[in-house]
Design a protein around this ligand. Structure first.
Ligand code: ADP
Ligand code: MG
Length: 475
């Protein structure tokens, strides 16, 4: 951290700074600034901090003013507007003599730009609020969203809203579902689509923010006595999207503010898109009048994923990443990692990173090794019923055949595989296993185990099949 002691005339505020001799205790000031920074970071969270605040540098304190620098005019104005009050408040708590913060443009170690005064402020706020667009993930578009049974309805609704915002019946659009099922992805996709479409006649202005961000900005506005600006700003957009609405629950002031904003926008024919972890009627703690309004547009549920959807998502992601992942590995992941799409994606990313790092092929073995911890979290004791079910699914036969007397090869072989796996994966005795297979004798089980063992030694494809089944079931 460098302190620049030579501050010229101040910027737009027109307040002249005192000459350098009035600067006091550099080291102490730097320490204070370090604490201010840390508190900022804690207050706004890592992402926001990195996006907007990381580039602030400290120039010095003169009189009752702390001077901080930002590399561009845009950043300077933005940070001043959004965080000025907060930074000033933190400064004051560190150093009672500081009453104001002056924002300037310039590099950290350079002198403050002298012609600051001459710089015009941006005439107009940009159409897309910059924090909105910065908050959008480039990868979350409709093109990258894989559609399947569990999400096709939500997807169709999102598409519809992106094509024709504020259509009756689709306003508000309320998307809900568990963690990692694609709510945020769909919301970003709507925002991207709208901003792309908007290039025509009139740009569509979109504000997307998490409920937490909404709350944070509202509280800041209260503190800065600028709630009117905040309200006006939100009410000037064409589309307002609030992600993870459940975080507003219990925050009465903020909920109230949101309710008014919501009404004003809907009444003005603007589109609202909301996501939450539950449906409006299940979001307990929500004010009734808000609940009613939330539920009066389109409510779309993202259901838990299915094996097919998980498989397609993995396939699409692998293809997009340009890596070849054997179908067996995809199947393995899609069967094992069932919690949500985020974890699924994380697992695939790890696998690919590992393969790149060690210049190795992606194999079932590698998957098992690399994802050991993830898989372990999904572990549980395996039952013989589960083994039978999985084996039957794999060979496409009915579970009843596991206990039947039929000896046709296409049935007897899978039955033997299931017995073999039961022996390998459970601690059940041979007679016990026999009982689960239509009361067969323990010698039959013993024969099955040794027969499958033999076949594994002779037939590589068969061995791989059994290995896959085993992995799918295994601890
Ligand atoms: P949520 O907001 O519901 O918690 P996200 O939208 O953040 O979930 O999704 C988590 C991750 O899973 C993201 O990386 C997202 O791209 C991915 N994802 C979720 N659903 C799908 C889908 N249907 N197709 C492709 N990727 C998906
Ligand atoms: Mg989300």
């Amino acid at each position: 951290m460098e302190i620049n002691l030579e501050i010229g005339t101040s910027g737009n505020g027109g307040v002249a700074l005192h000459p350098p001799q009035s600067w006091s205790g550099e080291a102490q000031l730097v320490e204070q600034w370090t604490r201010v920074r840390a508190r900022l970071q804690a207050e706004v969270g890592e992402v926001e901090y990195r996006t907007w605040l990381k580039q602030i540098s400290f120039a010095g304190v003169a009189g009752d003013e702390a001077v901080v620098m930002l590399p561009t005019r845009f950043l300077r104005d933005w940070v001043n507007k959004e965080y000025g009050e907060l930074i000033a408040a933190f400064w004051q708590q560190e150093n009672a003599a500081v009453r104001r913060v002056e924002f300037r443009t310039g590099a950290p170690s350079a002198r403050p730009a002298a012609p600051d005064l001459a710089e015009p402020r941006p005439a107009q706020a940009p159409q897309q609020r910059p924090d909105t667009m910065a908050a959008l993930d480039q990868r979350f578009t409709f093109e990258t969203f894989v559609v399947g049974k569990p999400n096709e309805f939500a997807y169709a609704c999102a598409r519809r809203v992106a094509e024709a915002p504020a259509t009756i019946g689709f306003n508000p659009l309320f998307l809900y579902g568990g963690v990692g099922l694609g709510k945020t992805h769909l919301m970003h996709a709507i925002a991207w689509e709208l901003s792309a479409n908007g290039r025509g006649a009139r740009p569509v202005s979109v504000a997307y923010m998490s409920a937490e961000k909404f709350m944070y900005r509202f509280i800041n506005a209260l503190r800065a006595q600028s709630t009117l600006e905040f309200k006006n700003e939100l009410r000037s957009v064409d589309v307002l999207m609030i992600d993870d609405l459940q975080f507003l629950i219990g925050k009465d002031n903020t909920q109230e503010e949101f309710f008014h904003t919501f009404n004003a926008l809907v009444d003005a024919g603007k589109q609202i898109v909301i996501s939450a972890d539950k449906s409006p009627s299940d979001l307990s703690g929500l004010e009734d009048r808000l609940r009613t309004r939330l539920g009066c547009g389109m409510v779309a549920d993202l259901h838990a994923t299915t094996f097919e959807l998980r498989y397609s998502i993995l396939e699409a992601k692998a293809q997009r990443a340009g890596v070849e992942v054997p179908p067996r590995v995809l199947e393995f992941l899609a069967r094992k990692i069932t919690s949500n799409n985020r974890e699924l994606e994380g697992a695939l990313n790890r696998l690919v990173a590992h393969a790149n790092l060690f210049n190795r092929q992606i194999t079932l073995d590698a998957a098992h090794e690399v994802l050991h911890d993830v898989l372990k979290a999904h572990d549980r004791k395996i039952s013989i019923q589960e083994i039978q079910k999985r084996v039957c699914e794999h060979y496409n036969i009915r579970v009843a055949e596991m206990s039947s007397a039929r000896r046709a090869r296409n049935i007897a072989r899978p039955r033997q595989v299931a017995m073999y796996l039961a022996k390998q994966l459970t601690s059940k005795s041979l007679p016990d296993i026999g009982r689960h297979f239509g009361d067969r004798d323990h010698t039959t089980v013993m024969h099955a185990v040794s027969r499958i063992g033999e076949l594994i030694g002779q037939d590589a494809a068969f061995a791989e099949d059994v290995e896959l089944l085993k992995r799918l079931l295994e601890n």
